[in-house]
Design a binder for this molecule. Sequence first.
Ligand code: APR
Length: 227
Amino acid sequence: MERLQHEEFTSIVFFTGAGMSAESGVPTYRGKGGIWKDYDYEEYACQDAFERDPDKVLEFHRIRRRSVLLCQPHEGHRVIASIPEAGIVTQNIDGMHQRAGSEEVIELHGSLWRLRCPECGFRKEDFGEVYEKKCSECGGRLRPDIIWFGDMLDPLVMQNASTLIKNCDLFISIGTSGTVWPAAGYPDLAKRSGAYCIEINPEPSGATAYDRVIEGSAGEVLPKLFH
Ligand code: APR
């Protein structure tokens, strides 16, 4: 595969989904070995479930934190981190881009490593395995700062992501099935904004926005594309 002359572009955005971390050992949500095949997200990843049985929801996320703590970023994450001027908009909550050295990461769906208090808005980073339950500010019940099904995305996060995407001239989507909105609309936004759009996925999503589709895995393709 020939090297991408990314220097010819003025603003690159990497748009990543769960497939970006698959080679690190972090399971995707759909497809082979997908999380939602074993867990019903209505039981484990939505506000109603949390109100019904907070301990069950926290235990699900504790297991996810423990497993992600055992995973390492792969070469693909490091390639992205080696292009500091590039923007990163991720749907992932695993923090792998940051652990590979990327500093500015827009996390559309929150983070396994952050807690928030719905009562007072308090937020804190928390890199442990077990979740702290009580808000130190107001005594309310803390919850993972993750966008669960049915949650609204943070408007400021969305605004930052769309501004970045509207102004890029190279948009590289990696490892997303393109099934969850509003993130699924970002490839079209990039295309409409005039960016050259590339998809990297062993099972391409079929989205029409892409100018180039590379059927391959993140860990194999990225080092070849940016060597
Ligand atoms: N490299 C690149 N892509 C891969 C790899 C790999 N090694 N392995 C799998 N993929 C691709 C799959 O082909 C699939 O298209 O990654 C994609 C994973 O799709 P999903 O599991 O649906 O993940 P994602 O698109 O990120 O899901 C979006 O759904 O459940 C919600 O909030 C959750 O952020 C998540 C959102």
